[in-house]
Design a binder for this molecule. Structure first.
Ligand code: TZP
Ligand code: MG
Length: 214
């Protein structure tokens, strides 16, 4: 995928797994979110009650198929083996995961996304071959208990001011009320978990986000 295409795909990036769907079927949530206008998806099966082994693989395969049917790029959080098995379009790795350079080396044709919290981490991710950055947490989040301190959209402004032009999304506590601030700070898009996955109507929640980041 070309860089400008990736920038567009990152516009509204849904990140989730079964623990984020409040008991609803994750495939139904994903389908509704796609109808509402999400542009990229990350399978992140993590936290209390997360599926393991065959059940995780089976859910991943269902979500992968849905994304393929709708031409939505499908990214796997963290797990290189799973990303390969599901023939994912990419992988997203955190600062605590396998170093980006090693993943880049092994998964030559995949999109590699890296979480960065500041300009120094953004520079290293770029040097290690990252294709896009996830910068956060933008706002307080209850979805990731081990999230770092809230950075605010200013972290994105500092990364852009430092000369990093890589495709970039903000993540953490983003919803329809604050998404436009993240875009204005220099992000190409927003990544959200609960604002869509825990919404009464994931379709309407996604559509409202789309309207607010125009
Ligand atoms: N990485 C940084 S914050 C976060 C992740 C995965 C969780 C974001 O979840 P929410 O519900 O959109 O605040
Ligand atoms: Mg991780």
């Amino acid at each position: 995928m070309k860089i400008e295409q990736l920038r567009k795909a990152l516009r509204l990036y849904l990140v989730m797994g079964s623990p984020n769907c409040g008991g609803a079927d994750p495939a139904a949530v994903l389908e509704a979110a796609i109808a509402g206008g999400i542009t990229m998806f990350q399978f992140r099966e993590k936290g209390a009650g997360a599926l393991q082994g065959a059940a995780k693989l089976e859910l991943g395969a269902r979500l992968r198929r849905l994304c393929a049917q709708h031409a939505i790029p499908f990214i796997v959080n963290d797990d290189e083996g799973l990303a390969l098995e599901l023939e994912a379009d990419g992988i997203h790795i955190g600062q605590e995961d396998t170093p980006a350079a090693a993943v880049r080396q092994r998964l030559k044709n995949m999109i590699v996304g890296v979480s960065a919290h500041d300009l120094a981490e953004a520079r290293s991710a770029l040097a290690e071959g990252a294709d896009y950055l996830g910068v956060g947490p933008q706002y307080a989040t209850r979805t990731k208990p081990d999230a770092r301190e809230v950075q605010g959209p200013a972290a994105i402004q500092r990364i852009r001011a430092g000369g990093i032009r890589l495709p970039l999304v903000g993540i953490g506590g983003i919803d329809a009320t604050n998404a436009s601030h993240v875009i204005r700070a220099g992000a190409d898009g927003v990544a959200v978990v609960s604002a869509i996955a825990s919404a009464h109507s994931p379709r309407e929640a996604a559509a409202e986000l789309v309207r607010n980041i125009k």
